[in-house]
Design a protein around this ligand. Structure first.
Ligand code: PRT
Length: 301
């Protein structure tokens, strides 16, 4: 039985780990009431025809590609590695990326012991590298006409050079702290990754499609809201053009009169750009006050 035999949209998310809180948080902001109290494999969403399957991240691409789950949230790194592996074994590797999500950002990088002198990609030729991502690494090697020996590890990759298992590593990096703590330096970024919402190939049944049609604009609304800020300030009327010109993404600010003040106005706007302290200081120097930059929870339209 595939997931399409039921009327509840089944979505796979990471049970625990770096993507789990963000995935659940995204769905909660989309209005889902999720009952996670007893941490079962499947959590029913009380107010929508959706079930969340709580699994390991590495199982999510396969569950979606095999039609066990309709959708999944997984890092591009895990997805791409799994797809490449399936292509080699002739298994179905098809999926559709519905949306890139703005969390789980990291890069897959080759790192060598700090004392090794790095002289460009060709100097990596023939090295033995420890990695959880041999297929992505192999693709990088082929594209650059070099060869690696692989040592496949599913955890603690960063200790491999120190214990003599490998010359270097190819692992995920976000802040670089782990590499530094293990005496390694990043020499090549081979892949950039973020979490993504994926769907298996082929159409959903009509009921599930309707649920997805409701969910998707909400997801987009939450993502857009995260990147946006609501900006409010009071400005001198005679410097309005200068003030508006300073505000990031300010094509359509709302300008409102202030009670009992003919010389000043209130300006409100939504901005998708970063609002720097320097801009706030410049606005203050132009005579603005009550400058507020606020997060937005939801957006639509
Ligand atoms: O669920 P499962 O056990 O199968 O997966 P997992 O072990 O990969 O889970 P988890 O929670 O570690 O990672 C889930 C996903 O989070 C990854 O597949 C990436 O898409 C994403 N992600 C983002 C990261 C990182 N950032 C990250 N920094 N995954 C792992 N790391 C590790 C990295 O492997 C290294 O050990 O963090 C360390 C490096 O971090 P920095 O900050 O010191 O550079």
């Amino acid at each position: 039985m595939t997931s399409n035999d039921t009327k509840r949209l089944r979505i796979a998310i990471q049970k625990s780990g770096r993507l789990s809180d963000e995935s659940q948080g995204l769905f909660k902001k989309c209005g889902m009431k999720i009952n996670l109290a007893d941490r079962r494999l499947i959590a029913h969403v009380a107010n929508m025809p959706i079930d969340l399957m709580l699994v390991r991240s590495s199982d999510i691409p396969g569950l979606v590609m095999d039609g066990v789950c309709d959708l999944g949230i997984v890092g591009d790194n895990t997805l791409e590695e799994h797809a490449l592996e399936r292509q080699l074994t002739g298994e179905n590797s098809k999926y559709e990326k519905i949306s890139s999500l703005n969390f789980g950002a990291c890069r897959l990088s080759i790192a060598l012991p700090e004392e090794v002198e790095y002289e460009g990609i060709q100097s990596l030729d023939g090295l033995r590298l420890a990695t959880t991502y041999p297929r992505l690494l192999n693709r990088f090697a082929s594209a650059n006409n070099i060869k690696f020996e692989f040592c496949k590890l599913n955890g603690s990759v960063e200790v491999a050079p120190r214990v003599g298992l490998a010359d270097g590593i190819c692992d995920l990096v976000s802040t670089g702290t782990t590499l530094e703590a293990n005496g390694l330096k990043e020499v090549e970024v081979i892949y950039q990754s973020k979490a993504a919402l994926i769907k298996g190939e082929g159409p959903l049944n009509a009921v599930k499609q309707q649920t997805l049609d409701t969910l998707l604009p909400r997801i987009k609304g939450v993502l857009k809201a995260r990147e946006s800020k609501y900006i409010m300030l009071h400005a001198p009327k005679d410097r309005l053009n200068e003030v508006v010109a300073l505000m990031p993404g300010s094509e359509t600010p709302t300008v409102l009169p202030l009670a009992e003040r003919d010389d000043r106005v209130a300006i409100h706007m939504v901005s998708t750009e970063t609002f720097f302290w320097e801009t706030m200081e410049e606005l203050k120097n132009l005579g603005c006050n009550s400058i507020l930059v606020m997060p937005i929870e939801k957006m639509m339209g």
